[in-house]
Design a protein around this ligand. Structure first.
Ligand SMILES: Nc1ncnc2c1ncn2[C@@H]1O[C@H](COP(=O)(O)OP(=O)(O)OP(=O)(O)O)[C@@H](O)[C@H]1O
Length: 309
């Protein structure tokens, strides 16, 4: 699959002089789920808004499906569905009309069968005659997604799709996003929830203070940056580390019962074999051994720390 979005040197300085995006380069492949992760105010919404033509870039270019978002705005915008952070739907309109109307806004011919399909895929068909203000918050979010999908976009932007949504609805949303991806839609979502990125994304981009610090396959990010920890329970407690363990960066805890050792999974030599041999040489008897993989959260916090340094 080829690139659906190409971003080169994208910058945005707001009127007041604040630079929210600093020369971002990014290529998004058709059919992928990309999660943009970053703290409050990092520039995620600015980036999405610039791609969708809601915010005028002050530098760089963005092409969507080969169309420049400034000089060929209509063609580029037609390919995009945007689910904004804020719930913005007409309260007294019915669900069915809201979604059908949105299709018309993009100049697409009325297509009742397609609208039915979209509503059914989001479990909104039974609610088609309900007014938006009669729906729960989760359902309203679904209406926003249905609206964004009504004109058959090839790219869907979800700006914090699960902010303020409970755990069950969040999982529903994840399933929905996966179904959409299976139907060929490229999805870009912003989130504060690392769990969400870890669960759903193919690739993850980390934004901080307007800079795209890193974009990587999720699995690669975890394995390259992720440290692993080896946890060892000792059958008998020890009061201090034996000299044989001095070359290793081992920490003693839990009243002398517990040893922990951090290692880099991707390193050629993790040191585990030598450590275990040293433990045996020191006459220590192990009652349990386990490892813990660092989560995306650990990776993210570490990166932000490094960036702040
Ligand atoms: N219209 C505007 N004028 C001036 N500054 C703005 C404007 N919109 C956003 N900003 C600033 O740009 C920075 C990036 O904001 P943005 O909304 O893109 O961040 P975000 O990563 O989406 O944050 P959040 O996770 O809180 O939604 C913030 O410091 C914000 O205050």
């Amino acid at each position: 699959m080829g690139a659906i979005i190409e971003i080169k040197g994208l910058s945005k300085t707001y009127d007041g002089g604040f630079t929210a995006l600093k020369s971002v380069d990014l290529t998004i492949e058709e059919g992928e789920i990309l999660a943009l992760l970053g703290p409050n105010g990092a520039g995620k919404t600015t980036m999405i808004s610039a791609i969708c033509g809601l915010v005028k870039p002050t530098g760089g270019t963005v092409h969507v499906g080969g169309h420049d978002i400034v000089t060929d705005f209509r063609r580029a915008r037609e390919l995009i569905g945007l689910v904004p952070q804020e719930i913005t739907i007409e309260p007294f309109e019915t669900v069915g009309n809201t979604v059908a109307f949105s299709r018309g806004v993009f100049g697409k011919k009325r297509d009742d069968a397609r609208i039915e399909e979209v509503l059914r895929s989001l479990s909104l068909w039974d609610k088609r005659n309900s007014k938006n203000n009669e729906l729960s918050g989760g359902m309203r979010r679904r209406v926003l997604i249905a609206k964004a999908l009504s004109h058959d976009p090839r790219v869907l932007f979800l700006d914090e799709p699960t902010a303020g949504v409970d755990v069950t609805l969040r999982k529903d949303m994840w399933n929905l996003v996966r179904q959409l991806r299976a139907s060929g839609v490229t999805i870009i979502l912003t989130t504060h929830y690392i769990e969400e990125a870890e669960e759903m994304a193919d690739r993850i981009g980390i934004i901080d203070r307007g800079e795209l610090m890193l974009v990587q396959e999720k699995s690669q990010m975890l394995s390259q940056l992720g440290q692993k920890e080896l946890h060892i329970e000792l059958a008998e407690p020890i009061s201090e580390l034996p000299p044989a363990l001095a070359p290793f960066d081992v920490t003693l805890g839990d009243g002398g019962h517990h040893l922990s050792y951090s290692f880099d999974r991707s390193a050629e030599r993790t040191g585990i074999t030598r450590l275990i041999a040293a433990l045996a040489d020191a006459g220590l008897v192990l009652s349990d051994v386990s490892t813990r993989q660092s989560s995306l959260e650990d990776v993210f916090l570490r990166l932000l720390e490094e960036h702040g340094a």
